[in-house]
Design a protein around this ligand. Structure first.
Ligand code: NAI
Length: 365
C-alpha cells in the first residue's frame, strides 16, 4: 500500500497541495472593535493569515480608514469595513469566526473587574447581534473581564436559543504567550520550543501557569517558579503601568489573538491535534493519573477508581482544549499539579466563581 500511496502522490499535479484555492476553504472572520488598540494590529495579522478569505472590520468609529489601509495589503482576504450599529448585521453575516476586542481597556490602578460596567453592556449587545446574524460562528472573546464576559455571552446565546458551548472561547492566549517568554528567559532555553499550559481564568490570581509541566524541562528553584507565576499573573498590569494611562496590552494581545483565531480556523478546516489553552465551558473533571482513552487507545473505557484527582465545580474554566471542526473537540484535563499549583488552584476558585456569577447575573438582569 505504501507503493500505491507514492504512486498517487506522484500522480498529483504540482501545486495541488498547500494553499491552492481548492484545498483552503473560504472562511470569513469578523473583528468587532477593529479600530481599537488591539483591533488594528489584530486586523493586520488576520489579513496576513492565508486561511482567511473575507475579513470584516467592525467598530462604532474609524473602521473605513482601517479597512482601506489593511485592504491594500496583497494577501488572500477581501477586507470590508463596517461602522455603527446599522452595519453590524452585514459585518457578522456568514462569519465563521468572530473576534471581540471591543470595549475599554484598563488604566493604572484598575483591575479588569473595574471594566465590567462598561464592557458587560457592549459584549451583551454584540452577542445579541451574533445570535441573530451568525449563530453558528465561533466566538473569541477578548474583552475584559473575560472571567465575566464569557458567561455573559453564554447567557445571551442561551436566551436566543443559539448557545453552543463548543463555540464560545475566552481568549487567554496572552497569558500563555507571557508564561512562555518569562520561562524561556529564566530557564535559558529556546523560547520557540517552550510550552507552558496556563489554566484557571484571566485575571490576577485566577491566571494559573503550570510551570511544573513546562517543556523543555528545567530545574528551576521554587522561588523562581513563584516569581514566574507572579509575573505571569501581573503581566497585564506590568504593561498598563509602563503605558502610564495610554491603555493596556495591545500589540502582544493582537499577536495572541491572531494565534488563537488561527488555531480555531485550523480546527474548523480539519487540521488534527490543534491544542490551545482557552477559557471555556468546562467541568474539568480531571484524573491526572488516568488516561482518558486507556493505554491502547480504546475509546470510552470508563471505570471508577480512587486516584489523585482535581474536580473543579466551576462552569467555566481555562485549560488545554483540542480544537476541531465544531470548535471544542475535547477539554483536556489539568494533568498532575505541583503542591504550589494545587494551592493556587484552590485559591483562585472563589474569585473565579464570583466573576462568573457576576456575569450570569448581569446577563439575566
Ligand atoms: P481600545 O479602547 O483601544 O479599543 C477598543 C475599541 O472598541 C475602540 O475602537 C472602540 O471604538 C470599540 N468599541 C467600543 N464600543 C464598541 C461597540 N459597542 N461595538 C464595537 N466596538 C466598540 O481598547 P483595547 O486596548 O483595544 O482593548 C480592548 C479590550 O480588550 C479591553 O476590554 C481590554 O481590557 C481587553 N484586553 C484583553 C486582553 C486579554 O488577554 N483577553 C488583553 C488586553 C486587553
Amino acid at each position: 500500500s505504501s507503493v500505491l500511496r507514492s504512486v498517487k502522490t506522484l500522480a498529483k499535479p504540482a501545486g495541488a497541495r498547500g494553499y491552492s484555492s481548492e484545498s483552503v476553504p473560504d472562511r470569513k472572520v469578523a473583528v468587532l472593535g477593529a479600530a481599537g488598540g488591539i483591533g488594528q494590529p489584530l486586523a493586520l495579522l488576520m489579513k496576513l493569515n492565508p486561511l482567511v478569505s473575507r475579513l470584516a472590520l467592525y467598530d462604532i468609529a474609524n473602521t473605513p480608514g482601517v479597512a482601506a489601509d489593511v485592504g491594500h495589503i496583497n494577501t488572500r482576504s477581501e477586507v470590508a469595513g463596517y461602522m455603527g450599529n446599522d452595519q453590524l448585521g452585514q459585518a457578522l453575516e456568514d462569519s465563521d469566526v468572530v473576534i471581540i476586542p471591543a470595549g475599554v481597556p484598563r488604566k493604572p490602578g484598575m483591575t479588569r473587574d473595574d471594566l465590567f460596567n462598561i464592557n458587560a453592556g457592549i459584549v451583551k449587545d454584540l452577542c445579541s447581534a451574533i445570535a441573530k446574524y451568525c449563530p453558528n460562528a465561533i466566538v473569541n472573546m477578548i474583552s475584559n473581564p473575560v472571567n465575566s464576559t464569557v458567561p455573559i455571552a453564554a447567557e445571551v446565546f442561551k436566551k436566543a436559543g443559539t448557545y453552543n458551548e463548543k463555540k464560545l472561547f475566552g481568549v487567554t492566549t496572552l497569558d500563555v504567550v507571557r508564561a512562555k517568554t518569562f520561562y524561556a528567559g529564566k530557564a535559558n532555553v529556546n523560547v520557540a520550543e517552550v510550552n507552558v499550559p496556563v489554566v484557571g481564568g484571566h485575571a490576577g490570581i485566577t491566571i494559573l501557569p503550570l510551570f511544573s509541566q513546562a517543556t523543555p524541562k528545567a530545574n528551576l528553584a521554587d522561588e523562581d517558579i513563584k516569581a514566574l507565576t507572579k509575573r505571569t499573573q501581573d503581566g497585564g498590569t506590568e504593561v498598563v503601568e509602563a503605558k502610564a494611562g495610554k491603555g493596556s496590552a495591545t500589540l502582544s494581545m493582537a499577536y495572541a489573538g491572531a494565534i488563537f483565531a488561527d488555531a480555531c480556523l485550523k480546527g474548523l478546516n480539519g487540521v488534527p491535534d490543534v491544542v490551545e489553552c482557552s477559557f471555556v465551558q468546562s467541568t474539568v473533571t480531571e484524573l491526572p493519573f488516568f488516561a482518558s482513552k486507556g493505554l491502547n487507545g480504546v475509546p470510552d473505557v470508563v471505570e471508577c477508581s480512587f486516584v489523585q484527582s482535581t474536580v473543579t465545580e466551576l462552569p467555566f474554566f481555562a485549560s488545554k482544549v483540542r480544537l476541531g471542526k465544531n470548535g471544542v473537540e475535547e477539554v483536556l484535563g489539568l494533568g498532575p499539579l505541583s503542591d504550589f499549583e494545587q494551592e493556587g488552584l484552590e485559591k483562585l476558585k472563589p474569585e473565579l466563581k464570583a466573576s462568573i456569577e457576576k456575569g450570569v447575573k448581569f446577563a439575566n438582569a
